[in-house]
Design a protein around this ligand. Structure first.
Ligand code: ATP
Ligand code: MG
Length: 402
């Protein structure tokens, strides 16, 4: 197969490829960008694989960066853009179901393609658009199938993360997992426990934010994979409920975790421990707690001014998106205009600060100060007093008396 009109990303990289070929080596575009181009999807980054060893690449190009030289990757800078160029390699001796004991650089393209996970991820394309397809990936693309390269059982034993990746690509592309590959996932699902949670996290979130997460969730259930990722095992029915929701359209990681937390019925501390077990960042944990709370407020009709203020605009919109799935959302415009009408959006906008209160002799530094400032903050947000210095000083005096 030859692709005639290469997307711009490839065109721009052609001189890089040609330089490698002029030096007597092979160079191919590989991985997702080739797959997505054949499917007519947009691409972002192009990956390049070569028969040249890293040291040889560094001799060919003036400007290079050692981004991952131990795995054979060197970045070449061409017209201000970086291109990751990886030497063909084989991997062998996977003893712990997750990483190869040995990575070996080789000169053969076929060897490199053999170690790749799925037939549709194992294309190689010359700079002129010629596609190499050693494992009938083109047929699988046409039939919308995710099929392991080689024996799926062995491939999942080498690296169990590939099972999650199968589900992720099925969701991204709206493909089905081919039956032998699916059966192998079923019989090996427990191996997921051997995989670093950070790697599962990346694939899971990508799956949830892709085109067809419903199917991804159902695949995780039917293969039992859900039992081997943190915090899912006791929530089969909730996961099934999420899979029944049409058009999840999750645009943000926080909405993925908030939807799960809401559906699982987790309280604040449970959300923290759930997300800690996924090794989520503190930021993600905090925002998920806030967003989930706002979804509950929307459900209970308790989203007052203070709750909106504490949630913030972005998370309000995310929460409302989740509320839509359950049929208790407000209109986005209405919600945003209510939020925009709040007198202040954060503490920094308050017209007095602790120093002012101390200078006016209203309060001494200490815990009482924090309490008064909080009372002022809630008072402003709830419209009890205007955000003006003189009025707030008077209000503070009253608060102290009370
Ligand atoms: P995306 O568009 O989502 O980035 P991708 O196919 O480029 O999709 P990557 O995770 O970026 O996916 O991986 C790039 C390529 O490296 C894959 O297409 C595949 O050939 C290979 N690959 C990545 N991870 C694995 C793995 N765990 N086992 C085997 N091959 C892998
Ligand atoms: Mg990629």
């Amino acid at each position: 197969m030859k692709i005639e009109n290469l997307p711009n990303e490839f065109e721009k990289a052609r001189p890089v490829m040609q330089k490698i070929e002029d030096a007597g080596f092979e160079a191919y575009f590989v991985g997702g960008s080739v797959r997505d181009t054949i499917l007519g999807l947009d691409i972002h980054d192009v990956d390049i694989a070569t028969s040249a060893y890293p040291e040889e690449i560094k001799k060919i190009f003036k400007k290079t960066v050692d981004t991952g030289i131990e795995h054979g990757t060197v970045m070449v800078i061409h017209e201000k853009k970086g291109y990751e160029i990886t030497t063909f390699r084989t991997e062998s001796g996977y003893q712990d179901y997750r990483r190869p004991d040995k990575v070996e650089f080789v000169r053969s393209l076929a060897e490199d393609l053999k170690r790749r996970d799925f037939t549709i991820n194992a294309f190689a394309m010359r700079e002129n658009g010629d596609v190499t397809d050693l494992f009938d990936g083109l047929a699988d693309l046409k039939n919308h199938l995710i099929r392991a390269v080689g024996n799926p059982n062995e491939r999942f034993h080498e690296d169990a993360l590939r099972m999650m990746r199968a589900v992720r690509f099925a969701s991204k592309l709206d493909f089905d997992i081919e039956s032998e590959t699916l059966a192998a996932i079923k019989s090996n699902s427990a191996l997921l426990e051997k995989i670093a949670v950070e790697r599962i996290y990346t694939e899971f979130v990508k799956m949830m934010m892709a085109k067809r997460p419903k199917q991804g969730i159902l695949d995780m259930i039917s293969t039992d994979m859900y039992k081997y990722v943190p915090g899912f095992a006791s929530h089969q029915s909730e996961l099934e409920a999420i899979a029944k929701i049409d058009d999840l359209n999750l645009s943000d990681e926080v909405s993925v975790w908030s939807l799960l937390s809401f559906e699982f019925g987790l309280d604040r501390t449970e959300i923290t421990s759930f997300l800690k077990s996924w090794k989520a960042s503190n930021d993600i944990i905090k925002n998920t707690e806030i967003c989930t709370k706002a979804v509950e407020n929307l459900r209970d009709g308790s989203l007052d001014k203070w709750a909106m203020y504490e949630t913030g605009k972005d998370l309000l919109v995310l929460a409302n998106h989740i509320a839509k799935m359950y049929g208790f959302a407000e209109s986005d415009e209405e919600l945003v205009s209510q939020y925009d009408a709040l007198p202040i959006k954060n503490k920094k906008e308050i017209a007095v600060n602790g120093g002012d209160l101390i200078r006016h002799g209203i309060v001494k530094p200490g815990p009482a100060l924090g309490k008064i400032l909080y009372a002022i903050e809630t008072g402003i947000v709830n419209g009890e007093f205007q955000n003006e210095k003189a009025e707030l000083i008077e209000a503070a005096k009253k608060i102290v008396k009370e």
